[in-house]
Design a protein around this ligand. Structure first.
Ligand code: FAD
Length: 371
């Protein structure tokens, strides 16, 4: 195989894709911005101290020999000349490709809201550790947590965040000194299959909520919503709208099983950056990667044909209303194989589901990074 396959992004989708090719003996180059990867799903448990950063961080030294990782930041794609421009301080630097797979994920668009005060969240590490410090040290105040309008990365994460904050404050015996407010840009808390569970939990935990309203500004006094409502809050836990890395809009692909870009036979988009009719999460990213690899292998005459349906099980951290520092979780599943999503769930939060989510995340990291 002489063609050069270049994957942009060494995250969930990029590595899943590279491994599928490596399994067939095909060489792949992966461009990664950092020499480490930090998994997302259990970041809310960093807040409670139930997860540690080193358990969810991996490097790229234990990949199969067919995968070569080069480090750098893509700043542009020249589709006509089949090359990717890298950030470089002095001279221009490019990497050429025969096949390109764009797996750059998404960015948190802080520029899309008016930001006049400090922001916390569980998505960016500095904001995550500052939030952890805050909820373990502050003794009173109002905390507002938001979810932007879909699509955003990991549907349950904002609900998980507010329930984890609630659990830590209860555990410290200071919950009554705090007011917790949840603002959701969607008509229902996400994902819709567990919306009723979230609302029940918010009622039981005494969390005030606003649905179908987006945060448009963060001010020293609180947050402003798109309908003009002003909510007073001391601390703002804000996930801004999510946008694709490098491109102006999500990359349109031909279908969920043929992930080539509409205008280019030699370019694929997978994972969060692809415009797909599914939630943006690690399971969908993996499935899109496997399907893209299948298509490429087929085109190369190296097999393929084993396309996957889009379906998965997930778990949402639901805090612990008794204030024990032991997160309970809700289990749900979603199946998109017949167009309209079919969902199911166990509405009862359980500790064993938190363990299952941990096993799933550790298994995913092992499958991608080798340990
Ligand atoms: C807090 C949080 C909770 C989550 N919870 C869950 C969950 O419970 N279940 C679930 O299934 N999913 C969850 N996710 C979502 C999941 O992590 C993502 O959907 C998944 O990682 C998407 O894979 P991806 O490959 O598209 O993007 P990523 O895994 O983000 O990979 C993109 C890679 O590209 C790199 N990159 C970006 N820009 C450039 C550039 N210009 N040049 C070079 N490299 C670049 C990035 O550094 C990164 O390594 C969660 C995510 C977060 C952050």
């Amino acid at each position: 195989m002489k063609e050069k396959v270049l994957v942009l992004g060494g995250g969930v989708a990029g590595l899943a894709f590279a491994r599928e090719l490596a399994n067939k003996g095909v060489n792949v180059t992966v461009l990664s911005m950092h020499d480490y990867y930090i998994s997302g799903p259990s970041r809310p448990l960093i807040l409670s101290g139930e997860q540690k950063l080193d358990r969810i961080t991996r490097g790229y030294n234990h990949l199969p020999k067919e995968i070569k990782v080069v480090y750098g930041r893509a700043v542009g794609v020249d589709f006509a000349n089949r090359r990717v421009k890298l950030f470089h301080a002095k001279e221009e630097r490019y990497i050429e490709y025969d096949y390109l797979v764009v797996a750059l994920g998404l960015r948190y668009a802080y520029d899309a809201i008016r930001e006049e005060d400090k922001i916390y969240n569980v998505y960016d590490l500095g904001k995550l550790f500052d939030l952890k410090h805050l909820i373990w040290n502050a003794n009173k105040g109002t905390i507002v947590v938001n979810a932007p309008k879909q699509p955003y990365r990991c549907a349950p994460a904002p609900g998980e965040t507010v329930m984890t904050i609630d659990m830590v404050l209860r555990h410290r015996g200071v919950r009554d000194n705090f007011k917790l407010i949840f603002v959701d840009g969607n008509e229902k808390p996400q994902p819709p299959v567990i919306a009723d569970v979230w609302l029940k939990l918010f009622e039981e935990a005494g969390i005030e909520y606003y649905l179908g309203k987006q945060v448009v500004a963060v001010t020293p006094e609180g947050v402003e919503l798109d309908d003009g409502t002003k909510i007073q809050a001391d601390y703002k836990v804000i996930l801004p709208p999510n946008k694709p890395v490098l491109f102006d809009s999500w990359l349109e692909v031909r279908s969920p099983k043929d992930l080539r870009l509409k205008d280019y036979d030699d370019v694929y988009a997978i994972g969060d950056i692809a415009k797909l009719p599914f939630p943006k999460n690690a399971e969908i990213a993996m499935i899109s990667a496997v399907n893209a690899a299948n298509k490429l292998l087929e085109d190369m005459g190296q097999g393929g044909g084993n396309y996957l349906d889009y379906k998965f099980s997930g778990w949402a951290y639901a805090g612990n209303l008794k204030g024990e520092l032991k997160t309970l979780s809700v289990q749900f599943s979603l199946d998109f194989s017949e167009g309209k999503p079919k969902g199911s769930k166990d509405p009862e939060p359980k500790a064993e589901y938190t363990e299952r989510k941990d096993n799933w995340e550790q298994g995913l990291l092992k499958r991608l990074f080798g340990y």
